[in-house]
Design a protein around this ligand. Structure first.
Ligand SMILES: [Zn+2]
Length: 163
């Protein structure tokens, strides 16, 4: 989605021509119950074509092929975990499944509880963070969800609208 009606709100090279009223109305459309149903919220800034090329060549950056392999591995882990259950992947977990498969350690629980209180998260958001944490751990090939997985999942929840 665009950050505003004209699309240039975060653009350093172009100027957003929206009025305050248009910005408010755009924001209202995308916050609340609708955004609550979307698992991950990520602020994406405009990028120069030149920079994209540079990043592809940069050392240490993960290639598309490596990403694909990682995703396929995480999918395989989930297929194996949920074999013989009513679930197909982390996204399909219901309340009971979450209790069984998205167990947090003390540190993970504590960071999520703090976020729940401080960020005023909805129950729906809470559940989504647990599922995304599970997926981040799976991408890493780790069985137990740790504090860092919860922290990363939380980062995908804090929308720029809250800043
Ligand atoms: Zn604008």
């Amino acid at each position: 989605m665009n950050p505003c009606k004209c699309g240039h709100l975060w653009d350093e090279k172009r100027i957003c021509t929206c009025t305050g009223r248009q910005l408010d109305s755009h924001k209202r459309k995308l916050t609340g119950p609708l955004s609550d149903r979307i698992d991950m919220h990520i602020k994406v800034l405009p990028v120069d074509v030149e920079k994209i090329k540079f990043q592809d060549e940069g050392a240490g950056a993960m290639s598309s092929q490596e990403m694909k392999n990682q995703v396929e591995k995480a999918r395989a882990v989930q297929r194996y975990r949920y074999k013989g259950t009513i679930y197909s992947d982390n996204g399909s977990l219901d309340e009971k499944g979450i209790r069984e498969y998205c167990m947090l350690n003390k540190a993970g629980e504590s960071i999520l509880k703090k976020a729940y209180d401080n960020l005023n998260l909805s129950m729906r958001a809470y559940v989504k963070i647990l599922k995304v944490s599970r997926t981040i751990a799976d991408l890493e090939g780790v069985e137990h969800i740790g504090e860092r997985h919860v922290a990363e999942a939380l980062a995908y929840r804090v929308s720029y609208w809250d800043e």
